[in-house]
Write a protein that binds this ligand. Structure first.
Ligand SMILES: NS(=O)(=O)c1c(F)c(F)c(S(=O)(=O)CCO)c(N[C@H]2CCc3ccccc32)c1F
Ligand SMILES: [Zn+2]
Length: 260
């Protein structure tokens, strides 16, 4: 184990992801210890402007279900917050548990939420493509939004209604005119830290922006996520649940907050 690099691939209900990567110093997800986060008065409000006509399709890629956007223009972008320039929306996806006691990737004071939304953006100012940006320290910006059990979320319901059509891995349906800002709490408060993708290639290229306030969804909506499958049509069915990566060491990082 020592200082050497070691690969441990954890096979948890189809969620293959190395536990640690060689030389990783800024891996995600992490536990956010509220009292250890440092208020940074220089953090700007995050500005979100998405164009619903850039929404393309929903697909089940065997990791999660994701909604992909046309990122060939600057129509759907975020700017401000901890970011040096604007980032283009590429896709959003979720992580969730088999039961409501866990499911999120990040935790707050070691508390899990039943699910977590990730909106993945890339730095199209400095890099020619998403694939290039994935390899750069300031290449990506991911907004994380916690989901908690509560009232039904009308905006999410549009997505939930489409899930039966993407039940199996590698199924896709057209999905248009969806504005994902309806899934982001209006409260401006967030934490931010330098991290990584939580799926392969696990590159340390993500500026994480984790919203302090969760959104509320109801039990039926969480159950709808759990009806998805890791497996393709014709394979032995394995329910798509617990598709989150284990917590990673904070190492030499500080989590900043935009609020006091
Ligand atoms: N939690 S997370 O935000 O780190 C994250 C995921 F958790 C996740 F599942 C995916 S994916 O596209 O479903 C699976 C591909 O890795 C991506 N997709 C990214 C990662 C690599 C890649 C390559 C092309 C298009 C999208 C992505 C992701 F950024
Ligand atoms: Zn994710």
């Amino acid at each position: 184990w020592g200082g050497g690099s070691c690969w441990v691939t954890l096979r948890v209900s189809g969620w293959k992801s190395p536990l640690t990567i060689p030389g990783g110093t800024r891996q995600s997800p992490i536990n956010i210890q509220w009292r250890d986060s440092v208020y940074d008065p220089f953090l700007k409000p995050l500005k979100i402007s998405y164009d619903p006509t850039t929404c393309l399709h929903i697909w089940n890629n065997g990791y999660s279900f994701l909604v992909e956007f046309d990122d060939s223009t600057d129509k759907s972008i975020i700017v401000g917050g901890p970011l040096e320039n604007q980032y283009r929306l590429k896709q959003f996806h979720f992580h969730w548990g088999a039961i409501n006691d866990w499911g999120s990737e990040h935790t707050v004071d070691s508390k899990f939420y039943p699910a977590e939304l990730h909106l993945v953006h890339w730095n199209a100012v400095d890099y020619p493509s998403f694939e290039d940006a994935v390899m750069e320290g300031n290449g990506l910006a991911v907004i994380g939004v916690f989901l908690k059990l509560g009232a039904r979320h009308e905006g999410l319901q549009t997505l939930v209604d489409a899930l039966p059509a993407v039940r199996h891995k590698d199924t896709v349906i057209e999905f248009d005119e969806f504005d994902p800002s309806c899934l982001i709490p209006s409260c401006p408060d967030y934490w931010t830290y330098a991290g990584s993708l939580t799926t392969p290639p696990l590159t340390e290229s993500v500026t994480w922006i984790i919203k302090k306030k969760p959104i509320e969804v109801d039990e039926d909506q969480l159950e709808a996520f759990r009806t998805l499958l890791f497996t393709s049509d014709g394979e032995e069915e394995r329910r798509m649940v617990d598709n989150f990566r284990p917590l990673q060491p904070l190492m030499n990082r500080t989590v900043r907050s935009s609020f006091q």
